[in-house]
Design a protein around this ligand. Sequence first.
Ligand code: NDP
Ligand code: 2IT
Length: 452
Amino acid sequence: MAPPGHVDLSGFLEGLKRRNPGQPEFVQAVQEVAEDIFDFIADKEAYHRWQILRRIAEPDRVVSFRVVWQDDKNNIRVQRGWRVQNNNAIGPYKGGIRFHPTVTESVLKFLAFEQTFKNALTGLPMGGGKGGANFNPKGKSDSEVMRFCQSFMTELYRHIGADVDVPAGDIGVGAREIGYMFGQYKRITNEFTGVLTGKGLEYGGSLIRTEATGYGAVYFLENMLSRLGNSVEGKTAVISGSGNVATHAAEKMVQLGGKVLTLSDSEGFIHDPDGITQEKIDWVKAHKTKRRGRISDYAKEFTGSTFHAGQRPWGVPCDLALPCATENELTGQEAELLVKNGCIAVSEGANMPTDLDGVHVFKEAGILYAPGKAANAGGVAVSGLEMSQNSARISWKEAELQQLLKDIMQGIHERCVEYGGRAGTDHINYVRGANIAGFKKVADAMLAYGVV
Ligand code: NDP
Ligand code: 2IT
């Protein structure tokens, strides 16, 4: 009889679902990882005996709190905030904060779980965490957003710290929100430390943090292509989203000679057959951040382009696809459509944008497919570099940081190739490679600590 704790994959998944009722995103993320890890640890007794995956899939803690604030009409508004501290085996908890009405404990648990593997892949000493609130910044005035951020931090501050847990931005949290939260943290604690990343350059931020996630996702794509003697140059790309990650992915695509055909937001996508140039990208950045506008306005601004209300861009024929908006925005059917139309590579700027059916379609088609935990790790990697600069109280130059980002993305690619290859074939399963390389680093640290 197998010793206690020696469950097989189906037993593990059954227990996971039983322990996490009503948390489909969390179950999905763990399932995707477990499929590869069970195969990897089949002949590795210690990982079973010490219940490593079971422990990584149970957050160290989930803090949930009330965030009360007053809107411009003096109504009292009550929101729910969370911080999920998933695992700090290899460094302080690290991961973004999301403000969006769809935020739930399940969404933040999935993100914190993914972050644990992603951060390990960067090679930097960072554990995994994620936080957020079911607050909708859309349509709120600047002072409403400020009051919300201050109230959120008034509770969050007691759970974080430069050596404890270092949040950053994510959906709905950019430079403005980080500024308000850092200001409140500093005010409450009377400390100026690197407790948040993604800060403004005037107060401890790092150059290229803003660009890092999108640029990194394209570097990863370029790494996958160049391994096969190919490149981004001259290729067409379909990108979803029009926020931080999408616009910077588009920018790097254009810089490397690619042609970007689409961008999107939660209302639909725009298709520009002439290609979205740097000038047009600059317009989108200003429109979405300064004017807080909608992507549909792009089609009014630039002739020759069209807006497709309520639709996603995956039906537009392309060589390359970069989902950069949100989770589960690319289904199995859409994945089939991309493959049918000749797409050769997918690089996920967003976290878990492809649902489980879609992941299986890409794997079976054998196209180049980079999961978010590898492809979008450039953002958190430069956050890690921001932490180092803050600790040393120095600022590195842009050229150094650009090079470090490229090197880190190349290192992640190499780790995926090391663990995602199979003898006798040239094909790399990047999902498997990322899952195993990320797991191994965290797992080996946990083994060193014993039962804690
Ligand atoms: P932003 O808030 O800057 O932009 C988000 C974009 O995605 C917007 O275009 C938004 O449209 C769209 N979007 C958000 N939610 C939905 C939804 N439910 N359905 C359809 N569209 C949606 O966020 P980021 O660019 O920072 O984040 C995008 C993705 O990248 C997320 O998955 C995030 O977790 C991931 N990521 C971000 C990193 C970072 O450094 N910022 C690092 C690594 C990953 P609309 O304006 O209509 O809401
Ligand atoms: O999903 C992510 O990696 C992020 N939102 C960035 C996290 C960070 O700490 O920079």
